[in-house]
Ligand binder design. Structure first.
Ligand SMILES: [Zn+2]
Length: 301
């Protein structure tokens, strides 16, 4: 069985996106895995700490158990998304404990998020997480720059954010960060934003984000590792496809399938109908948005 690192490398070589679908509600697992397999594609299945703290994913163990129920090893791998060092509510997190637990459970890749720290502290925290993951022969993703959106309250106007480049991953810092932490994949901020997760904002349609491709090119050259785009929901399609040609490999999709699930559940009160909505949206993303139906063989051979 190919490792997640190998598959990411194959996707990078082929210039193809590797989506990572987040599972904030356990019943989303089955339709997401089924859609990926039915499209004969390949994807990561992911859960972030805030999805078991603030949504209904329950725990890393519960998500892994659900994953093993529906797992199709030719089509999916399980990834631990955002384990923040400082969380969206400014609380300290036992991030190494959570990452260690996930590695022991069998998560095939992990992420540490020290992006709320200063550079030196982010490097120190990330390096420890990378060491844990590498000791278990698993890749570790890290984040540098501010992919905003998880914090409570409204964002500043998007066009203002984009034009100012505020929070974008700094190119020199990124080179140093990758060198000193040994992280395998780097999540970058180039105009992408997370979907809101709190209050009424979490049901709102996301703004259509754009990506600064020149900045991405500089980051690609400076880091030399596969880059990750968080907040993949609602980015202009042509921006995403161009970014994939320029170093982005893994693309996180959370808000789009979560809102499909929640809206259908609200309307029909039926989990089965909500699962159908997730199946349809996931299939649409793979086939019509990323255009990667049928790519499984290319990534796993
Ligand atoms: Zn993220």
């Amino acid at each position: 069985m190919l490792s997640t690192s190998d598959i990411i490398r194959n996707a990078q070589r082929a210039g193809m996106a590797l989506p990572a679908f987040n599972i904030p509600y356990l019943p989303m697992m089955q339709p997401v895995v089924r859609a990926v397999a039915d499209q004969d594609s390949f994807a990561l299945i992911a859960v972030a700490r805030l999805e078991w703290m603030k949504f209904e994913a329950k725990s890393p163990a519960a998500v892994l158990e659900e994953f093993m129920r529906w797992n199709q090893p030719n089509h999916v791998r399980i990834h631990l998304d955002h384990v923040p060092v400082i969380d969206e509510d400014k609380q300290q997190v036992d991030y190494l404990g959570i990452i260690q637990e996930a590695l022991e459970l069998g998560y095939q890749s992990v992420m540490v998020d020290g992006s709320r720290l200063g550079l030196a502290e982010n490097i120190a925290a990330t390096r420890q997480a990378v060491e844990l993951a590498h000791r278990a022969s698993r890749p570790c993703e890290a984040e540098l720059g501010a992919v905003l959106g998880h914090e409570a309250g409204p964002l500043p106007p998007y066009e203002e954010l984009f034009a100012s480049g505020r929070g974008f991953t700094d190119v020199q810092e990124a080179a140093r960060f990758v060198r000193e932490t040994g992280c395998d994949w780097l999540s970058v901020a180039i105009g992408n934003i997370h979907g809101a997760i709190s209050g009424a904002l979490k049901d709102q349609k996301k703004v259509e984000a754009r990506l600064n491709l020149d900045h991405l090119e500089r980051l690609r050259q400076a880091t030399g590792v596969p880059l990750v785009l968080h907040g993949g929901s609602g980015v202009k399609r042509e921006s995403v496809l161009a970014a994939v040609k320029q170093g982005i490999v893994k693309i996180n999709i959370g808000t789009e399938i979560r809102q499909a699930y929640e809206a259908a559940l609200r309307e029909t009160k039926s989990v089965a109908a909500a699962q159908d909505a997730v199946y349809d949206r996931t299939g649409w993303l793979i086939r019509d948005y990323f255009g990667i139906s049928g790519n499984r063989k290319q990534l796993t051979d």
